[in-house]
Design a binder for this molecule. Structure first.
Ligand code: FAD
Length: 295
């Protein structure tokens, strides 16, 4: 029988102070879809679970002229059903839509997906492609960090044990831009991907070439990663089949996936090569649809 205490503090200070008490092995619980499984499978030993559910202000999708800010306790289902996210950041809608089952999406939070730091987590390539940053509570103050510097290894982040992720923020995507997230998995997308890709593409003012692009890969390395070499190939260029094939080859070379019982590294690399042109073409078709421009 497993024994642990459970508390629901109402402020970040209270939560952090409970987590930093020396005599307990404390752990944050958000939706619990990862943490409860880890406890049940005895991969995680805790004697205190600190729920964030009663701390106000952590569950919202807010946008102003410049920024989109999402509270860490926002559920994947709330992202999936937000008309604003679907319209302005369809790459994040794709990631939410592809995520597990409806039951899982109803309770799993964006903050939990980030802090669990699985290299295969669905939201991460989308957020990396959006150049997101995160705000977290550390030693009595809020700190900000670019998401691409947040992960230090598989399942590891820069957070100390009493730090609490509060929100995720990205710049409102440009009207000439759109993104797409694709997940390749063995069981109809109901589990973590064998490999995944997120792209965010911005066309130049003439809609003839790529002004900016970010390409992020999931399950392709110990941490979610950007394929910056492939990005360089596309930036400033017309998007043709040839250049897409060249960039896809580069992205697959940049990936450092591992062999495991689900797929070999070689297979994952081959899938990245196949998925990149599809993701870019999906982003292009969204830009076409939103702007009515011929591209
Ligand atoms: C059946 C099933 C299907 C799944 N399918 C998918 C899938 O398709 N795609 C996918 O990406 N994932 C999937 N997952 C994994 C899981 O659902 C996600 O990672 C989920 O987003 C975790 O969120 P949570 O709120 O449940 O986190 P929790 O389990 O509550 O927490 C996860 C980790 O993050 C920490 N944490 C949570 N919130 C914070 C915070 N604000 N600050 C600091 N630390 C925090 C916790 O201490 C814990 O270490 C699946 C899980 C299950 C059980």
């Amino acid at each position: 029988m497993l024994h642990f205490d459970y508390i629901e503090p109402t402020t970040l200070e209270e939560a952090a102070s409970a987590l930093s008490a020396r005599e307990v092995a404390g752990k944050i619980i958000a939706g619990g879809t990862d943490v409860v499984l880890q406890i049940k499978e005895e991969k995680l030993a805790v004697d205190l679970l600190v729920s964030l559910a009663s701390i106000p202000g952590l569950r919202s999708i807010h946008h102003d002229e410049k920024w989109v800010t999402i509270g860490a306790m926002t559920t994947i289902r709330e992202l999936e059903t937000s008309g604003f996210i679907r319209q302005s950041a369809p790459i994040l809608f794709d990631a939410a839509d592809e995520f597990g089952s409806a039951q899982t999406r109803n309770v799993a939070t964006l903050g939990g997906n980030i802090c669990n730091a699985s290299p295969a987590a669905d939201s991460l390539p989308a957020l990396l492609a959006l150049k997101a940053d995160v705000t977290y509570w550390n030693s009595g103050e809020m700190k900000r960090q670019d998401l691409h510097q947040f992960f230090t290894g598989a399942g590891k982040t820069i957070l100390d044990r009493a730090d609490i992720l509060a929100s995720i923020r990205f710049a409102k995507p440009h009207p000439r831009s759109a993104g797409a997230y694709l997940k390749f998995s063995s069981r109809n997308g109901m589990d973590l991907p064998l490999v995944s890709i997120g792209v965010q593409l911005q066309m130049d003012q003439y809609f003839s070439g790529c002004e900016d692009v970010t390409i992020a890969l999931g399950a392709a390395a110990p941490t979610p990663m950007r394929a910056t070499g492939a990005e360089k190939i596309l930036k400033g260029e017309r998007i043709t089949e040839e250049i897409l094939a060249y960039a896809a080859d580069q992205a697959s070379q940049e990936a450092r996936p591992r062999d495991d019982f689900r797929a070999s590294a070689g297979y994952r690399k081959a899938m990245i090569k196949n998925l990149l042109p599809v993701a870019i073409n999906r982003a292009l078709s969204r830009i076409r649809q939103n702007t009515g421009k011929e591209i």
